[in-house]
Design a protein around this ligand. Structure first.
Ligand SMILES: [Mg+2]
Length: 379
């Protein structure tokens, strides 16, 4: 059996850019789906998939690790978001093909699930309004979620005053109040603050007992991460902007994170997330895959969550379910206790409506984040 064709499909979903990959074999009707969504970079990722396709045309799709190494090492240029995302999508599709051939889920291929259900949390997005977060929390609880994540940070400069810190604290207190003591919430700071501001924020909100503070400092500043880690009473989560196992090594060895969040569509696919999760297990660090994009990535993340011993919580996109249901046969839906059912397969266990996908806009989403004085803020 050979890989006959690898096709990237980049579109604009209801919230962000989505890039899917279809890997077709020379066996009629046998193909796999992957996802390599990287918001803001759909053309670059689709182009990188075309480059990888040249390396894999004619290869045996069942030799997933051989294909991974061929894409990684014969690219010469290592890592980075665009190249590693393209590799991730192709890897995901190869696991889908293997599962379809074996007649079982990807989790079963990895070694079988170690749990009976997958705990999920709802990403409540960005707001600066405590009342808004209270409403969004109640809506998520009504769907069954027992855990949520908030992004309560304005477009900050590095030296912020008391008003910003009080605003963030008020958002955390509102969510804690809405959840009571039985539910959990995490805070995403999107890599915006520097170490000093992150330390101030952590001290101000720790009484609300967040599960973790995510990307508390810019991803390129390990010194800031180390400084915060030495003082934080709240677990730190990082990883959505780290690519391949090599980028996670120092984070784990230095003990900076309590939770890592590699993204299956960006950090090296199912093959690499399996390895990253195992590395984190050695250090007693939780595995909470970053999973904010499309349904193919969600299905792949679900399979990894079923398999990994140190899995903690799976990010879940709970809005725009109707759009997702038109695109894909798999739509993540939690039960009344906030759990997702185990993946059933075969493969990733999903079908994509390609006609619907092609009917979607290829739009040009552009990030916008400016401070009050007109200067550029981190997005
Ligand atoms: Mg995040």
């Amino acid at each position: 059996m050979k890989i006959a064709r690898i096709t990237p499909m980049a579109y604009h979903g209801p919230l962000t850019d989505l890039v899917f990959v279809k890997v077709e074999t020379d066996e009629p009707g046998l193909f796999g789906w992957g996802e390599c969504s990287l918001p803001g970079k759909p053309s670059g990722v689709a182009g990188a998939v075309h480059d990888l396709a040249r390396l894999l045309r004619g290869a045996d799709p069942q030799r997933v690790e051989w294909c991974w190494q061929r894409m990684y090492r014969h690219g010469y240029w290592r890592g980075g978001p665009i190249q590693t995302s393209a590799l991730s999508g192709v890897d995901m599709a190869l696991w889908d093909i293997r599962g379809k051939l074996a007649g079982c889920s990807v989790a079963a291929l990895l070694g079988g699930p170690v749990r009976d259900r997958i705990k999920a949390y709802a990403n409540l997005g960005l707001s600066l309004d405590p009342g808004e977060f209270r409403e969004r929390t109640h809506a998520a609880l009504a769907l069954g979620f027992q855990a949520v994540k908030i992004y309560p940070l304005p477009a900050v400069a590095q030296g912020e005053g008391l008003a910003t810190i009080r605003q963030i604290t008020a958002c955390c207190e509102a969510v804690r109040d809405a959840l009571g003591s039985a539910g959990d919430f995490a805070i995403d700071l999107h890599g915006r603050p520097g170490a000093a501001l992150a330390i101030q924020i952590e001290r101000a909100v720790r009484h609300t007992a967040p599960l973790w503070i995510e990307e508390p400092v810019p991803p390129e500043s390990n010194a800031a991460l180390e400084r915060l880690a030495q003082q934080s009473a709240t677990p730190i989560a990082v990883g959505e902007r780290l690519f391949t196992r090599w980028a996670f090594r120092e984070v784990l060895e230095r003990g900076w994170a309590g939770v890592i969040q590699p993204d299956c569509a960006n950090a090296g696919g199912i093959s690499e997330l399996q390895r990253i999760a195992a590395l984190a297990e050695m250090y007693g660090v939780g595995f909470a895959p970053h999973n904010p994009n499309g349904p193919v990535q969600a299905a792949a993340s679900l399979n990894l969550a079923a398999y990994a011993q140190n899995f903690s919580l799976l990010e879940t996109r709970h809005t725009h379910s109707e759009w997702t249901a038109r695109l894909c046969s798999y739509v993540p839906r939690v039960d009344s206790l906030g759990y997702l059912p185990l993946p059933q397969g075969p493969g990733l266990g999903l079908e994509i409506d390609e006609d619907f996908l092609r009917s979607q806009s290829q739009g040009e989403w552009v990030a916008e984040s400016f401070r009050a004085d007109g200067s550029i803020a981190d997005w």
